[in-house]
Design a protein around this ligand. Structure first.
Ligand SMILES: Nc1nc2c(ncn2[C@@H]2O[C@H](COP(=O)(O)OP(=O)(O)O)[C@@H](O)[C@H]2O)c(=O)[nH]1
Ligand SMILES: [Mg+2]
Ligand SMILES: [Zn+2]
Length: 304
Protein backbone atom coordinates (compact mmCIF):
# COMPACT_ATOMS: atom_id res chain seq x y z
CA UNK A 1 0.00 0.00 0.00
CA UNK A 2 1.26 3.46 -0.85
CA UNK A 3 1.80 6.06 1.82
CA UNK A 4 -0.50 9.08 1.56
CA UNK A 5 -0.54 12.51 3.15
CA UNK A 6 -3.43 14.13 4.94
CA UNK A 7 -4.60 16.78 7.38
CA UNK A 8 -5.93 15.94 10.85
CA UNK A 9 -9.31 17.67 11.24
CA UNK A 10 -10.32 16.06 14.52
CA UNK A 11 -8.60 13.80 17.01
CA UNK A 12 -9.79 11.79 19.94
CA UNK A 13 -7.41 9.59 21.88
CA UNK A 14 -5.72 7.27 19.40
CA UNK A 15 -8.25 8.00 16.64
CA UNK A 16 -8.13 10.84 14.18
CA UNK A 17 -10.11 11.96 11.19
CA UNK A 18 -7.69 12.63 8.36
CA UNK A 19 -8.74 14.67 5.36
CA UNK A 20 -7.19 13.69 2.05
CA UNK A 21 -6.09 16.27 -0.54
CA UNK A 22 -9.22 15.23 -2.45
CA UNK A 23 -11.45 16.23 0.48
CA UNK A 24 -12.44 12.82 1.83
CA UNK A 25 -12.29 12.16 5.58
CA UNK A 26 -10.72 8.86 6.61
CA UNK A 27 -10.88 7.44 10.10
CA UNK A 28 -7.31 6.60 11.12
CA UNK A 29 -5.59 5.01 14.08
CA UNK A 30 -2.17 6.02 15.28
CA UNK A 31 0.54 3.39 15.01
CA UNK A 32 2.88 3.25 17.98
CA UNK A 33 2.24 4.37 21.52
CA UNK A 34 4.06 7.66 21.40
CA UNK A 35 2.52 8.90 18.16
CA UNK A 36 -0.03 11.59 18.97
CA UNK A 37 -1.68 13.34 16.07
CA UNK A 38 -3.61 16.53 16.79
CA UNK A 39 -5.80 18.90 14.81
CA UNK A 40 -3.79 20.78 12.19
CA UNK A 41 -1.16 18.07 11.86
CA UNK A 42 0.01 16.92 8.46
CA UNK A 43 0.43 13.15 8.60
CA UNK A 44 1.50 10.20 6.54
CA UNK A 45 -1.01 7.37 6.61
CA UNK A 46 -1.54 3.99 5.04
CA UNK A 47 -4.93 2.68 3.92
CA UNK A 48 -5.93 -0.52 5.75
CA UNK A 49 -9.32 -2.20 5.19
CA UNK A 50 -11.94 0.54 5.47
CA UNK A 51 -9.83 2.88 7.57
CA UNK A 52 -6.22 4.01 7.85
CA UNK A 53 -3.11 3.90 9.99
CA UNK A 54 -1.12 7.04 10.77
CA UNK A 55 2.56 6.21 10.43
CA UNK A 56 4.12 9.62 10.88
CA UNK A 57 3.28 13.11 12.10
CA UNK A 58 5.20 15.58 9.95
CA UNK A 59 7.26 18.27 11.71
CA UNK A 60 5.10 21.00 13.25
CA UNK A 61 5.82 24.66 12.67
CA UNK A 62 4.14 25.50 15.95
CA UNK A 63 2.01 23.83 18.60
CA UNK A 64 -0.39 25.48 21.00
CA UNK A 65 -0.64 23.68 24.28
CA UNK A 66 -1.18 24.16 27.95
CA UNK A 67 0.53 22.33 30.75
CA UNK A 68 -1.18 22.08 34.10
CA UNK A 69 0.58 20.51 37.07
CA UNK A 70 -0.83 17.08 36.39
CA UNK A 71 -1.83 17.05 32.74
CA UNK A 72 -0.85 18.43 29.41
CA UNK A 73 -3.28 19.33 26.65
CA UNK A 74 -2.31 19.84 23.02
CA UNK A 75 -4.80 22.10 21.26
CA UNK A 76 -3.63 22.28 17.65
CA UNK A 77 -0.58 22.61 15.42
CA UNK A 78 0.54 24.66 12.42
CA UNK A 79 -1.50 27.77 13.18
CA UNK A 80 -1.29 31.11 11.38
CA UNK A 81 -2.96 32.95 14.26
CA UNK A 82 -4.89 32.58 17.48
CA UNK A 83 -8.01 34.63 18.20
CA UNK A 84 -8.75 35.01 21.89
CA UNK A 85 -12.44 35.69 22.32
CA UNK A 86 -13.68 37.71 25.28
CA UNK A 87 -17.04 39.37 25.83
CA UNK A 88 -18.72 42.24 27.59
CA UNK A 89 -20.49 39.57 29.66
CA UNK A 90 -19.30 37.46 31.44
CA UNK A 91 -16.59 39.82 32.58
CA UNK A 92 -13.13 38.41 31.83
CA UNK A 93 -10.05 37.75 33.91
CA UNK A 94 -7.01 39.74 32.78
CA UNK A 95 -4.91 37.01 34.35
CA UNK A 96 -6.43 34.33 32.10
CA UNK A 97 -6.04 36.61 29.09
CA UNK A 98 -2.36 37.01 29.94
CA UNK A 99 -1.90 33.23 30.09
CA UNK A 100 -3.42 32.77 26.64
CA UNK A 101 -1.31 35.56 25.14
CA UNK A 102 1.86 34.23 26.77
CA UNK A 103 1.21 30.68 25.50
CA UNK A 104 0.97 32.07 21.96
CA UNK A 105 4.01 34.35 22.29
CA UNK A 106 6.08 31.44 23.55
CA UNK A 107 5.27 29.57 20.32
CA UNK A 108 5.68 32.64 18.13
CA UNK A 109 2.04 32.49 17.00
CA UNK A 110 0.42 35.85 16.15
CA UNK A 111 -2.51 36.46 18.51
CA UNK A 112 -5.39 38.93 18.52
CA UNK A 113 -8.38 39.65 20.74
CA UNK A 114 -12.05 39.55 19.74
CA UNK A 115 -14.34 41.43 22.12
CA UNK A 116 -17.87 40.13 21.64
CA UNK A 117 -21.35 41.34 22.62
CA UNK A 118 -20.85 44.93 21.47
CA UNK A 119 -24.63 45.25 21.62
CA UNK A 120 -24.48 45.22 25.45
CA UNK A 121 -23.29 48.82 25.42
CA UNK A 122 -22.55 49.64 29.06
CA UNK A 123 -20.75 46.39 29.88
CA UNK A 124 -18.99 46.51 26.53
CA UNK A 125 -17.56 49.99 27.18
CA UNK A 126 -16.21 48.82 30.54
CA UNK A 127 -14.58 45.76 28.94
CA UNK A 128 -13.15 47.86 26.14
CA UNK A 129 -11.58 50.25 28.61
CA UNK A 130 -9.95 47.33 30.40
CA UNK A 131 -8.43 46.31 27.06
CA UNK A 132 -7.21 49.82 26.21
CA UNK A 133 -3.52 49.01 26.94
CA UNK A 134 -3.44 46.00 24.62
CA UNK A 135 -3.16 47.60 21.16
CA UNK A 136 0.03 49.33 22.34
CA UNK A 137 1.40 45.85 23.10
CA UNK A 138 0.74 44.88 19.49
CA UNK A 139 -2.56 43.03 19.96
CA UNK A 140 -5.46 43.99 17.77
CA UNK A 141 -8.77 44.29 19.67
CA UNK A 142 -11.73 43.72 17.35
CA UNK A 143 -15.24 44.59 18.61
CA UNK A 144 -17.83 42.02 17.57
CA UNK A 145 -21.52 41.24 17.93
CA UNK A 146 -21.48 37.63 16.78
CA UNK A 147 -24.92 36.75 18.10
CA UNK A 148 -26.72 39.89 17.08
CA UNK A 149 -27.90 39.83 13.46
CA UNK A 150 -28.87 43.49 13.41
CA UNK A 151 -25.52 44.70 14.78
CA UNK A 152 -23.07 43.49 12.13
CA UNK A 153 -20.20 45.01 14.14
CA UNK A 154 -16.80 43.72 13.14
CA UNK A 155 -17.88 40.77 11.01
CA UNK A 156 -16.41 42.03 7.75
CA UNK A 157 -13.11 42.95 9.44
CA UNK A 158 -13.10 39.52 11.02
CA UNK A 159 -13.64 37.85 7.66
CA UNK A 160 -10.63 39.75 6.32
CA UNK A 161 -8.55 38.57 9.28
CA UNK A 162 -9.61 34.98 8.65
CA UNK A 163 -9.01 34.96 4.90
CA UNK A 164 -6.33 32.53 3.68
CA UNK A 165 -5.24 31.70 7.22
CA UNK A 166 -5.59 28.90 9.71
CA UNK A 167 -7.02 30.49 12.86
CA UNK A 168 -7.69 28.96 16.25
CA UNK A 169 -10.54 30.35 18.34
CA UNK A 170 -10.12 30.12 22.11
CA UNK A 171 -11.62 31.78 25.16
CA UNK A 172 -13.63 31.26 28.33
CA UNK A 173 -17.08 29.68 28.06
CA UNK A 174 -20.07 31.91 27.48
CA UNK A 175 -18.31 34.52 25.34
CA UNK A 176 -19.95 33.42 22.06
CA UNK A 177 -17.45 31.06 20.37
CA UNK A 178 -20.10 28.55 19.27
CA UNK A 179 -22.35 31.40 18.15
CA UNK A 180 -19.56 32.73 15.95
CA UNK A 181 -18.66 29.34 14.49
CA UNK A 182 -22.31 28.66 13.65
CA UNK A 183 -22.57 32.04 11.97
CA UNK A 184 -19.43 31.56 9.88
CA UNK A 185 -20.00 27.85 9.19
CA UNK A 186 -23.74 27.28 8.82
CA UNK A 187 -23.32 23.49 8.59
CA UNK A 188 -21.14 23.39 11.73
CA UNK A 189 -23.64 21.54 13.93
CA UNK A 190 -24.22 18.84 11.35
CA UNK A 191 -20.46 18.48 10.76
CA UNK A 192 -19.82 18.19 14.49
CA UNK A 193 -22.40 15.40 14.84
CA UNK A 194 -20.92 13.58 11.83
CA UNK A 195 -17.39 13.79 13.17
CA UNK A 196 -18.40 12.65 16.65
CA UNK A 197 -20.13 9.66 15.17
CA UNK A 198 -17.12 8.78 13.06
CA UNK A 199 -14.85 9.01 16.09
CA UNK A 200 -17.42 7.21 18.24
CA UNK A 201 -17.08 9.86 20.87
CA UNK A 202 -20.68 10.95 21.19
CA UNK A 203 -20.37 12.35 24.66
CA UNK A 204 -17.37 14.41 23.58
CA UNK A 205 -19.39 16.30 21.01
CA UNK A 206 -18.79 19.65 22.64
CA UNK A 207 -15.43 18.93 24.23
CA UNK A 208 -13.26 18.33 21.20
CA UNK A 209 -11.12 20.62 19.08
CA UNK A 210 -12.49 20.83 15.53
CA UNK A 211 -11.32 22.10 12.19
CA UNK A 212 -13.80 23.94 9.93
CA UNK A 213 -13.13 25.10 6.39
CA UNK A 214 -14.51 28.60 5.84
CA UNK A 215 -14.36 28.58 2.05
CA UNK A 216 -14.91 26.20 -0.82
CA UNK A 217 -11.33 26.18 -2.04
CA UNK A 218 -10.08 25.16 1.42
CA UNK A 219 -7.72 28.00 2.18
CA UNK A 220 -9.29 29.62 5.26
CA UNK A 221 -9.93 27.51 8.31
CA UNK A 222 -11.24 28.10 11.81
CA UNK A 223 -10.44 25.73 14.66
CA UNK A 224 -12.92 25.69 17.52
CA UNK A 225 -11.65 24.68 20.96
CA UNK A 226 -13.45 23.37 24.03
CA UNK A 227 -13.63 25.27 27.29
CA UNK A 228 -11.01 24.80 29.99
CA UNK A 229 -10.97 25.11 33.77
CA UNK A 230 -7.37 26.21 34.02
CA UNK A 231 -4.65 27.16 31.58
CA UNK A 232 -1.30 26.06 32.99
CA UNK A 233 2.01 27.34 31.65
CA UNK A 234 4.21 24.79 33.39
CA UNK A 235 6.03 24.05 30.13
CA UNK A 236 7.55 27.54 30.11
CA UNK A 237 10.87 28.68 31.53
CA UNK A 238 10.06 31.51 33.92
CA UNK A 239 13.28 33.34 33.08
CA UNK A 240 11.76 33.87 29.60
CA UNK A 241 8.41 35.07 30.91
CA UNK A 242 9.05 38.82 30.57
CA UNK A 243 10.04 38.26 26.92
CA UNK A 244 6.56 36.83 26.31
CA UNK A 245 4.86 39.97 27.69
CA UNK A 246 5.49 42.75 25.13
CA UNK A 247 4.90 45.61 27.57
CA UNK A 248 7.51 44.15 29.94
CA UNK A 249 9.82 42.99 27.17
CA UNK A 250 10.20 46.60 25.99
CA UNK A 251 12.11 47.27 29.23
CA UNK A 252 14.16 44.15 29.86
CA UNK A 253 17.23 45.39 27.99
CA UNK A 254 17.41 48.44 30.27
CA UNK A 255 17.61 46.69 33.64
CA UNK A 256 20.92 47.17 35.49
CA UNK A 257 21.59 43.44 35.60
CA UNK A 258 21.45 41.37 32.44
CA UNK A 259 19.93 38.47 34.40
CA UNK A 260 17.43 40.65 36.29
CA UNK A 261 14.38 38.65 37.41
CA UNK A 262 12.38 41.90 37.76
CA UNK A 263 11.32 40.76 41.22
CA UNK A 264 13.54 42.73 43.61
CA UNK A 265 16.81 43.81 41.98
CA UNK A 266 17.90 47.46 42.12
CA UNK A 267 17.87 49.26 38.80
CA UNK A 268 15.03 47.18 37.37
CA UNK A 269 13.53 49.14 34.49
CA UNK A 270 10.25 47.22 34.61
CA UNK A 271 9.65 48.04 38.26
CA UNK A 272 10.61 51.65 37.59
CA UNK A 273 8.03 51.76 34.79
CA UNK A 274 5.31 50.42 37.10
CA UNK A 275 6.12 52.92 39.84
CA UNK A 276 6.26 55.91 37.50
CA UNK A 277 3.33 55.45 35.15
CA UNK A 278 4.85 57.82 32.58
CA UNK A 279 8.25 56.15 32.43
CA UNK A 280 8.17 53.82 29.50
CA UNK A 281 6.75 53.03 26.11
CA UNK A 282 4.61 51.04 26.28
CA UNK A 283 3.90 51.60 29.97
CA UNK A 284 3.59 48.67 32.36
CA UNK A 285 0.37 48.60 34.36
CA UNK A 286 0.36 47.49 37.99
CA UNK A 287 -2.02 44.67 37.10
CA UNK A 288 0.18 43.28 34.31
CA UNK A 289 3.24 43.42 36.56
CA UNK A 290 1.31 41.62 39.31
CA UNK A 291 0.38 38.91 36.80
CA UNK A 292 4.09 38.54 36.01
CA UNK A 293 4.88 38.16 39.72
CA UNK A 294 2.12 35.58 40.23
CA UNK A 295 3.35 33.53 37.27
CA UNK A 296 6.97 33.83 38.43
CA UNK A 297 6.03 32.14 41.71
CA UNK A 298 3.80 29.61 40.00
CA UNK A 299 6.52 28.56 37.54
CA UNK A 300 9.18 28.00 40.20
CA UNK A 301 11.21 24.92 39.29
CA UNK A 302 9.81 21.89 41.10
CA UNK A 303 12.10 19.69 43.20
CA UNK A 304 12.07 16.11 41.91
N1 LIG B 1 -25.94 39.98 23.59
C1 LIG B 1 -25.20 39.10 22.90
N2 LIG B 1 -25.21 37.80 23.25
C2 LIG B 1 -24.45 36.93 22.54
C3 LIG B 1 -23.65 37.36 21.44
N3 LIG B 1 -22.99 36.29 20.96
C4 LIG B 1 -23.37 35.23 21.72
N4 LIG B 1 -24.24 35.62 22.68
C5 LIG B 1 -24.91 34.77 23.69
O1 LIG B 1 -23.93 34.36 24.66
C6 LIG B 1 -24.26 33.06 25.18
C7 LIG B 1 -23.06 32.12 25.07
O2 LIG B 1 -22.79 31.88 23.69
P1 LIG B 1 -21.98 30.59 23.19
O3 LIG B 1 -21.82 30.76 21.72
O4 LIG B 1 -22.61 29.34 23.68
O5 LIG B 1 -20.59 30.80 23.94
P2 LIG B 1 -19.32 29.81 24.04
O6 LIG B 1 -19.44 29.14 25.39
O7 LIG B 1 -18.12 30.70 23.99
O8 LIG B 1 -19.38 28.85 22.91
C8 LIG B 1 -25.47 32.57 24.37
O9 LIG B 1 -26.63 32.81 25.13
C9 LIG B 1 -25.43 33.46 23.14
O10 LIG B 1 -26.72 33.64 22.58
C10 LIG B 1 -23.69 38.76 21.09
O11 LIG B 1 -23.04 39.23 20.15
N5 LIG B 1 -24.46 39.58 21.86
MG1 LIG C 1 -19.39 26.72 22.99
ZN1 LIG D 1 14.38 44.00 35.73
Amino acid sequence: MRKQTGLVISAHGRHALVETPGGDAVLCHARGKRLEAIVGDQVHWLPSHDSGVITQVLPRRNLLHRQDRTRSKLFAANLDQVLVMLAAVPSFSEHLLARLLIACEAEGIPVHILLNKADLHAAFDTARQRLAPYPAMGYRVLPLAAGNASAATGLSELEQMLARRVSLLIGPSGVGKSTLVNRLVPEANARTAEISQALQSGRHTTTATRWYWLDRDSRSALIDTPGFQEFGLQHLDRTQLAQYMPDLAAHTGRCRFANCTHMQEPGCDIRAAVDAADAGTPPVSASRYQIYRDLWHELAPQPY
